[in-house]
Design a protein around this ligand. Structure first.
Ligand SMILES: NC(=O)CC(=O)C(=O)O
Length: 227
């Protein structure tokens, strides 16, 4: 991982991947949430998701806040914090009247973060990520459905396809989960395109029919953002 970041890290928006994402957004005339790229900022490296508008302009970026430091003996050990710095800001942006929140991969495991973005008014959370062959089958869909259900919004999980020759083998299975927690669409481990409409009235419908947002016992507990 260290070698990959040192070799490919770039400044945003000047780097090669940034320029390709900007060009793709402008050519297609759409907003592009550009997966993740290795970002260099001063002497720090971040795992960063960039967002481009339909003219190719950088809208915002998000730096992964929760670094993937885990140890599952005989399966997978990873220590992103040896190479990467953690971001320290939530990223919520509005596009065509829809508020969208961003997380990256391991962030999906942190419900507090999803809750704060829902509180900011998000109807859709997008998580570019690459769970692995140990945690992917167990947790990828489960966590996506959990975040969709507990925040009553759409969740898009966007993964690279599986490459068995890679040093890190991704689980794949990009998915779209609805505010009921149902799997609306899911790819398998192969390269593919998932094209879907989302109906934002479903967000309001679920939130009014199961009004947990108004029923939280904030007199007893709360999730607050520290500035
Ligand atoms: N790779 C990650 O950041 C996260 C992951 O694979 C997991 O949480 O499992």
């Amino acid at each position: 991982m260290e070698q990959y970041f040192n070799e490919y890290a770039e400044e945003v928006p000047a780097g090669e991947t940034s320029r390709a994402l900007s060009r793709a957004a402008a050519e297609a005339g759409v907003c592009v949430v550009g997966g993740t790229l290795p970002e260099r900022c001063g002497d720090r490296l971040y795992n960063t998701c960039t967002v481009w508008d339909s003219s190719g302009k950088l809208v915002t970026l998000y730096r992964k806040m929760h670094l993937f430091d885990i140890d599952i003996p005989n399966k997978i050990t990873f220590k992103e914090s040896e190479v990467l710095s953690a971001g320290d800001q939530l990223t919520v942006f509005e596009y065509n009247g829809v508020k969208v929140g961003l997380g990256i991969c391991y962030d999906l495991r942190f419900p507090e973060m999803a809750h704060l973005m829902a509180k900011e008014g998000c109807s859709l959370l997008i998580y570019p990520g690459a769970f692995n062959m140990t945690t992917g089958p167990k947790h990828w869909e489960l966590l996506g459905r959990a975040r969709a259900t507990d925040q009553q919004l759409y969740v898009a999980l966007v993964s690279p396809a599986r490459d068995l020759a890679a040093g890190y083998v991704a689980w794949g299975h990009s998915s779209l989960l609805d505010p009921w927690g149902a799997v609306l669409h899911q790819l398998d481990h192969r390269p593919g395109t998932l094209l879907a409409d989302i109906d934002l009235t479903t967000v309001e419908e679920v939130r009014s029919q199961i009004p947990i947002r108004a029923q939280r016992r904030t007199d007893i507990y709360d999730t607050v953002q520290k500035s």
